[in-house]
Write a protein that binds this ligand. Sequence first.
Ligand SMILES: Cc1cc2nc3c(=O)[nH]c(=O)nc-3n(C[C@H](O)[C@H](O)[C@H](O)COP(=O)(O)O)c2cc1C
Length: 366
Amino acid sequence: MDLSITVNGIKFPNPFVLGSGPPGTNARVLAKSFDAGWGGAVAKTVSLESAKVVNVVPRYGKLRSRSTGEVIGFENIELISDRPIEVWLEEFREIKKEYPNNVLIASIMEEYEKSRWQELTKMVQDTGVDAFELNFSCPHGMTERKMGSEMGEHPDLTEEVTSWVTEVSKIPVWAKMTPNITNIREPAVAAVRGGAVGISAINTILSVIGVDLETLRPMPTVEGHAVPGGYSCQAVRPIALRMVSQLALGLPEEISISGIGGIENSHDALQFFLLGASTVQICTGVMLQGVKMVDELNAGVTKFMTDKGFESVEEMVGKSLPYFSTHMDLVQKMKAAKRSKAGEASRDNEWAQKDITEKTAELTSN
Ligand SMILES: Cc1cc2nc3c(=O)[nH]c(=O)nc-3n(C[C@H](O)[C@H](O)[C@H](O)COP(=O)(O)O)c2cc1C
């Protein structure tokens, strides 16, 4: 089965894309994932000055199922890439040379300064990457420098910064949304006004994974202290699905959506396609299962499409959206269904109570 899909003019060999984060840490891991069969990858977010990015250890925390111990939620306080931009530029070039048919998306983030965003955009696009994803959504750490979700939480900033990038970019620009807002459509529409042709959603949800009852310290604990971090993994999937559906219903049709949040297998990915995503991104799932998980994604999506008679991924995109309605409409539909059932029941009663010859006469016109 051909799972390729063309999005914003870019042909993805399949719609499975590594989400920005540890799975896209450097060229070597990206190459490994393309060898494993991933259609595309969003590299770890880069900025102009990596020296300003200092990560802490530990920076992850897990929420486990009470009964099985399975990881169901994941918190991180990881920052964007701490590798120098010069190294990244070289690696972007290398990857595109070695894997011309795989889609490489550069995730970029900068301070609130037009010249910095435009400088970064120009130097990264010169490497031959296929598209940009603007990180307006990292909810921790970078926000102290007014970056990431500090921008994505303010639609006016989202629009302005997107327009700085699209002014100089020659490749498609996606904007990655933070879920830490009331109405995700507002920053998304603002990004589209700024020239974005795709929306990625969602980044992580601001969270505190727990408190150590021995030490009384919130986790993950670094030298006795903590900050809230970003929540991901399967627990966030229903929120991501809701937000993706709201975007699909609220954005112009030509705007593509890349669905992200808690995807761990083909079953999860399919739900994002059906709600309007044309590609899906996976980050925590890859961190927990490894890049080989793409085999099941390919096999599961292929089987579903064969069973349901879909001939392309594109055909599935948004197929479940027409079934959203208003609550008032659900009530009316339920009442109508009850009335029709009652009608059927009374008809059945009539047949049971009357003699068949009497009923035949009643239904005869002559
Ligand atoms: C450890 C970690 C690091 C991340 N780093 C980035 C990043 O640098 N840039 C970015 O846009 N998103 C980053 N994310 C967010 C993911 O790309 C993704 O939006 C989020 O985790 C939800 O998807 P998931 O449940 O598949 O992980 C990171 C997530 C994790 C868990």
